[in-house]
Design a protein around this ligand. Structure first.
Ligand SMILES: [Zn+2]
Length: 441
């Protein structure tokens, strides 16, 4: 019934090719690796040809003789295109914006991923269609149905865009309940557990930090619930988290990796031999500290989305690291490239004096709720004392009072928030950016 409704919705209302793409993707996952790479090259060439005539940044690369227009013939030639960092995008925002795409395809978007650094860009409505088709396929990988009952415990953004208006209808079609992951006192978790029992979801989707907090409470109080699948996303999933979540819910825990700036990237299938890259959507490269390509081992992830024509991000350094082994194959028979592990950045859970607990995305979304913050770090000095260091973007005036009110909404007023404007956020001794630190464990 829901499938039929969704098909009608896409065919007559949205008028897109989601179901056709889903059929293609069901087929393409079993193509040979060579055929998949050829397909990526066809998509890339189309994007590249568009970029050199319609996107000034790429046109300038050619003009400055850094590249020849027809020099990209294979995926290994991509290597001659300089890596695009977040700072380059910030400083060349207009030059990276496409000159000739219909305005309705532009969606202003922002992310801070797991890095604590804010970043604005344009998405293409085209990406949403690809994304749903890939979503339907990844639900098959988890042995669940796309329209099965699902509870999503997620961060609720303070910002809004026009595509959120349809979210309610989509959630109804999808049989999906969305609840806030920013209210996790013992009482809130008990209510969430009761909702598991009454709604009986087949799938529970959440950030690993949120689900770990819920799991620890459930295990301590001898509460259990068994869905068909746990769907993880939004943050790095650590091995200990996967183990206790799997123990509490007695079902497979699937790790999904994606980001707003480049879309869906990879996910486990039910053989858990790594995360299969959605090669029909993105080109994934891994480079060492000198920018040299790695076929085997750990390095920085460089991603190219093949379907964003509004602000094409080609060879974009997403800010996460990964371990890959290019020749590894999965026992499921799919020939999509495998990522062994995403090596993400870390943060601590903060518990406020009112008992509520929040994870990393609470802070990233909160800092993004007003313009002007480029980078930040949160340090809980005492349970009721939190220092927030921030680097402003282009000397902007930041509405600190509004951020404080957004935090108080979840923390209660019995906490001191001390904002400190700084020029830079120091890395930890390990060279990593730990953007939320609690000194009271
Ligand atoms: Zn597989």
């Amino acid at each position: 019934m829901r499938l039929l409704f969704d098909k009608i919705y896409h065919k007559y209302y949205i008028k897109d090719d989601v179901y056709k793409l889903y059929e293609i993707f069901n087929d393409s996952q079993y193509w040979t690796r060579t055929k998949l790479l050829d397909y990526q090259m066809v998509l890339f060439n189309k994007l590249w040809k568009y970029c050199i005539t319609n996107v000034r940044y790429y046109n300038n690369l050619i003009d400055n003789n850094k590249l020849l227009p027809n020099s990209i013939c294979s995926l290994s030639d991509l290597y001659s295109i300089p890596i695009l960092t977040k700072d380059i995008v910030r400083n060349n925002f207009d030059d990276l914006t496409s000159a000739s795409i219909a305005s309705e395809r532009f969606v202003i978007n922002s992310t801070s991923g797991s890095t604590g650094s804010n970043f604005h860009f344009y998405s293409d409505t085209n990406q949403y269609i690809i994304s749903q088709a890939l979503d339907m396929r990844r639900y098959d990988w988890m042995d669940v149905n796309y329209f099965d009952r699902e509870i999503t415990i997620w961060g609720t953004s303070w910002s809004k865009n026009k595509h959120r208006k349809l979210a309610g209808l989509k959630n109804w079609i999808r049989n999906k309940k969305l609840i806030s992951g920013y209210r996790l006192s013992d009482n809130d978790i008990n209510n969430i557990y009761n909702l598991f029992k009454s709604y009986n979801p087949n799938i529970i989707k959440s950030y690993p930090s949120i689900l770990t907090t819920i799991t620890e409470y459930m295990l301590k109080n001898d509460l259990r619930y068994k869905p068909d699948a746990i769907h993880i996303g939004g943050e790095k999933l650590y091995k200990y988290q996967k183990e206790i979540i799997g123990e509490c819910f007695s079902c497979p825990v699937f790790d999904f990796y994606g980001s707003r700036d480049v879309g869906d990237i990879a996910q486990n299938c039910n053989k858990f031999d790594g995360l299969h890259v959605f090669m029909e959507n993105v080109i994934v490269e891994v480079v060492d500290d000198n920018g040299i390509l790695i076929d085997d081992g750990e390095g920085d992830l460089i991603i190219t989305n093949l379907h964003n024509y509004t602000m094409p991000l080609i060879r974009y350094k997403i800010g996460d690291r990964a371990r890959i082994s290019k020749d590894k194959v999965c026992s499921c028979g799919r020939n999509l490239l495998l990522i062994d592990e995403i090596v993400g950045r870390s943060f601590d859970i903060i518990q406020f004096p009112n008992g509520n607990r929040v994870g990393g995305t609470f802070w990233t979304l909160c800092m993004r709720s007003v313009p002007g913050i480029k980078n930040f770090q949160v340090i809980q000095e005492a349970q009721d004392k939190i220092a927030i260091y921030y680097v402003p973007d282009h000397e902007s005036i930041v509405n600190i009072e509004r951020i404080k009110q957004n935090i108080f909404h979840y923390s209660g007023y019995n906490v001191t928030l001390d904002f400190k404007r700084v020029d830079d956020i120091p890395l930890t001794k390990a060279g990593k950016m730990q953007f939320v630190i609690s000194k009271i464990k």
